[in-house]
Ligand binder design. Structure first.
Ligand code: PLP
Length: 387
C-alpha cells in the first residue's frame, strides 16, 4: 500500500526513538539515566485523581460541549485574571485534546494551501509537521543565543516581506528553555498583526519559570491565539487536556473544526482538571526541585565542556552546544554523540536534529525533569564517558 505523498514531508519525532532504544536497553537489564524525556517526573496530585474518580462514580461519561465544559472554562478565565491580570471571557476559551489538539485546530483555521507560517529553528518538532499536514509551508527561521533562541522583529521582517500568514512564539521554549524578552514579544506581535498575520503563542511551559514569570501574548493583544494545557506545570501529560484562547471572530470556526475533528476533549479529564487549580502548592514545590536540578546541571555541564550561552530560565530543558567536544573526541555529530552516550554510558539525551536543522548537529537537549540523584549519576557517567 502506498500511503499519502504528504507523509514524505513528515519527520519522525526522534526523541521517541531515543526513548524506544532506552526502553529496550532497560528491558535488557541496563540501568539508563533518562535525560531525554519531556514530561514531569511526578504523578498527577491526588485531588485531581480523586476528582476523576468522582466523575466516574457520577457516570460523567458522555461528550461535553465542543467548546468544553463551562465550569472548566470559567476556572481557566479566573486563572488568567489571577496569573496575568488579563480579562478573558469563557466564550473565547476552547478545551482541547492536549495542546497538540489545539494546534491542529489553530493551524486548521489559519492556513490556506501553501501559506507560509514562521517558526523558530530550533523549535518544538511537531509544529512543522502539523503545518505541513494541513497544507501550509513552515518557514523555519534560524535563531541563536543573540535573540535568546527566540524569534524577534528583525528576524521576522525579511520573511514578512515575502509573505507570511503568521508566526509562532514558544516562551519558555522547547528545546532551549529560554524566554522571549518582553520588548521583543511586543514587537513581534505588533509586526505580525500590522502585516495582517496571525500570532500563535504556545504557552505550555508557563508556570515553569525560575525568577521572572512568562508573559502571555494576551498582555500584548487580544487578537493573538494562545495555546496552553495541563501537561507540564499541572503534571497531567497522559490526561491529554489543553485549551486555546481565540479572538471573538474565530470562536465559531474553532468550534466547527472541533466538532468535526475531535467532537470534544475527554470528559473525565475535564472533570479531573477542575481540581488542578487548587494544587498549585504541589506544583510550586516541584518547581523548587526543578530549579535545584537546573542550577546543578548547568554548572556541571559547563565544567565538562558543554557550552550553554543563554541561561535557560524556564521549562526543564538545557540546550547545549557540543562543537568543541565533537572536535576533541573526533565524533561526527550530535546524533552519533547521543547514540554513543546511550550505548556506552547509559545516559539518554536528545540530539539537536529533533528540533530543526540550524546547527542541529552541534547541539543536545538535556531534560532535568527527574530526580536530583539521577542527574548526579548522569553527570558522573558523562564525565567518565568524556574521560
Ligand atoms: C513546546 C511544546 N508544545 C506542545 C507540546 C505538546 O503538549 P501536549 O501534551 O499538551 O499535547 C509539547 C510537548 O512536549 C511541547 O514541548
Amino acid at each position: 500500500m502506498i500511503w499519502a505523498k504528504k507523509l514524505t514531508d513528515i519527520q519522525p519525532f526522534y526523541v521517541m526513538e531515543v526513548l524506544r532504544r532506552a526502553k529496550e536497553l532497560v528491558a535488557q537489564g541496563r540501568d539508563i539515566v533518562r535525560l531525554e524525556v519531556g514530561e514531569p517526573n511526578f504523578s498527577t496530585p491526588q485531588p485531581i485523581i480523586k476528582a476523576a474518580h468522582q466523575a466516574l462514580d457520577e457516570d460523567q461519561t458522555n461528550y461535553t460541549l465542543a467548546q468544553g465544559s463551562l465550569p472548566l472554562r470559567k476556572k481557566i478565565a479566573q486563572w488568567y485574571d489571577k496569573q496575568y491580570g488579563v480579562d478573558v471571557s469563557e466564550e473565547r476559551i476552547i478545551i482541547t485534546s492536549g495542546t497538540s489538539g489545539a494546534f491542529m485546530l489553530a493551524f486548521g483555521i489559519i492556513l490556506n494551501p501553501g501559506d507560509r507560517f514562521a517558526i523558530s529553528d530550533p523549535g518544538y518538532p511537531c509544529y512543522k509537521n502539523m503545518i505541513r499536514l494541513l497544507g501550509g509551508d513552515p518557514v523555519q527561521i534560524p535563531v541563536g543565543p543573540d535573540s535568546h533562541y527566540q524569534l524577534n522583529a528583525s528576524l521576522l521582517a525579511p520573511e514578512l516581506k515575502k509573505g507570511l500568514r503568521g508566526g509562532l512564539i514558544t516562551s519558555p521554549s522547547n528545546p532551549t528553555g529560554t524566554l522571549i524578552p518582553d520588548q521583543a514579544f511586543a514587537q513581534v506581535v505588533d509586526l505580525i498583526h500590522d502585516g495582517g498575520g496571525v500570532v500563535v503563542s504556545d504557552e505550555i511551559y508557563h508556570g515553569i519559570t525560575y525568577g521572572k514569570s512568562a508573559k502571555t501574548a494576551l498582555e500584548f493583544s487580544d487578537r493573538a491565539i494562545v495555546i496552553n494545557g495541563f501537561s507540564k506545570y499541572f503534571a497531567m501529560t497522559g490526561w491529554r487536556l489543553g485549551w486555546m484562547i481565540v479572538p471573538d471572530d474565530a470562536i465559531r470556526a474553532v468550534e466547527m473544526l472541533q466538532q468535526n475533528l475531535f467532537i470534544s476533549a475527554s470528559t473525565i479529564a475535564q472533570h479531573a482538571a477542575m481540581a488542578a487549580f487548587d494544587c498549585t502548592d504541589n506544583f510550586d514545590k516541584q518547581l523548587k526541585q526543578y530549579d535545584k536540578n537546573r542550577v546543578f546541571l548547568i554548572e556541571a555541564l559547563q565544567k565538562l565542556g558543554f557550552e550553554i550561552s543563554v541561561e535557560p530560565m524556564g521549562a526543564f530543558y538545557i540546550y547545549a552546544n557540543i562543537a568543541n567536544l565533537l572536535t576533541q573526541f573526533g565524533i561526527k555529530d550530535s546524533q552519533i554523540f547521543c547514540e554513543k552516550l546511550l550505548e556506552e554510558a547509559g545516559v539518554a539525551v536528545t540530539p539537536g536534529l529533533d528540533f530543526g536543522s540550524f546547527a542541529a548537529g552541534e547541539h543536545l537537549r538535556f531534560s532535568y525533569a527527574t530526580d536530583f540523584a539521577r542527574i548526579e549519576e548522569g553527570v558522573l557517567r558523562i564525565a567518565k564517558f568524556l574521560g
